[in-house]
Design a protein around this ligand. Structure first.
Ligand code: CP
Length: 315
């Protein structure tokens, strides 16, 4: 694997999921692969799970890890040809190449502004690292995609599914803040690659990017969509058409135990209790959010392993 910017960088998803399951059984078996290799993680936005699980994954593979919280320390210029006489101290052209002097793999987290769809979709930060860094780049959640989360979600469903083709429902839920589309986008893209019966449910006005949704069944009736679900993946996102706007915080869309029935409850976390989902669900045995978060390590580990194998091939 040369990079992991989105799930299309995985050649064979089923095999990769199985490989992650094997790594989970014996996480230290490839400890020599990352020996004398360094992962540099750059955070333009904060993180709990991605930061810790990716660091753990790298260390399981024997890598060194360096972390830079970019937004607080460092004001980078990304535009080409700018006269840099204002507040930006360094251009990405130098910065990405310099980081590549210290890193064998560079992982980047950079959220969208949710103010300018075109700019967010251009993925300026992630794509600039891809363009100017000489080390492979891993997406730790960008404006439009969270592929490490999607791989975790696929791995968790594979571990827990009881039927060959489970019914998986992605349900919008209310949230007071405007949130990105990245998790939902990558989840839909990933589920389309798997043998699942995928449905999406959200209020009118919350349609996701139609190029990502494709032919997936979409319903404005949450109750109907949730019927006979095996897995209910809950996530808030802001409006895509009315870009970045919160159109509704209707608590009728909150996930309750009654709505969930016997299905497994999934969420990428962090989650707002009794806004997105009621306590009774999160505290029940049907909630698999902790297993999901735990699996972040093995999703990151299988990606880093594949990238390190490619680095080794080219040495
Ligand atoms: N799910 C997820 O990406 O969590 P963090 O924002 O804590 O990394």
């Amino acid at each position: 694997m040369k990079q992991y910017l989105n799930i299309n960088d995985i050649t064979n998803i089923s095999e990769t999921i199985q490989e992650a399951i094997e790594l989970k059984k014996n996480p230290y078996q490839f400890k020599e692969l990352g020996c004398n290799k360094t992962l540099v993680m750059l955070f333009f936005n904060s993180s709990l799970r991605t930061r810790l699980s990716t660091e753990k994954a790298a260390k399981n593979l024997g890598m060194e890890v360096m972390i830079l919280n970019v937004s607080n320390t460092w004001n980078l210029e990304f535009e080409d040809g700018t006269i840099m006489n204002l507040d930006k101290a360094e251009h990405i052209k130098e910065a990405a190449k310099v980081i590549s002097e210290y890193a064998d793999v560079i992982a980047v987290r950079a959220f969208p502004s949710l103010l300018d769809k075109q700019k967010d979709e251009a993925e300026l930060i992630l794509k600039s690292f891809q363009k100017y860094a000489t080390a492979p780049v891993v997406n730790m959640e960008s404006s439009t995609a969270h592929p490490l989360q999607a791989l975790t979600d696929a791995l968790t469903i594979e571990e827990l599914k009881k039927t060959q083709k489970p019914k998986v429902v992605l349900s919008w839920a209310p949230h007071p803040k405007a949130l990105p589309h990245a998790v939902a986008n990558s989840f839909v893209s990933m589920m389309k690659e798997l043998d699942v019966d995928l449905q999406i449910t959200h209020p009118e006005g919350y349609e996701l990017n139609s190029e990502i949704v494709g032919n997936v069944e979409v319903s404005y009736n949450q109750e109907e969509a949730l019927k006979n679900a095996d897995f209910v993946y809950v996530k808030n996102w802001s409006s895509y058409q009315n870009y970045g706007k919160v159109l509704s915080t209707n608590s009728d869309w909150m996930i309750t135990q009654e709505k969930l029935g016997k299905a497994k409850f999934m969420h990428c976390l962090p989650v707002r209790r009794n806004v997105v989902v009621e306590d009774a669900v999160l505290d029940s045995e049907n909630s698999v959010v902790i297993q999901q978060a735990g699996n972040r390590t093995y999703a990151a580990q299988v990606v880093l392993k594949k990238i390190l194998e490619e680095v080794r091939r080219n040495e």
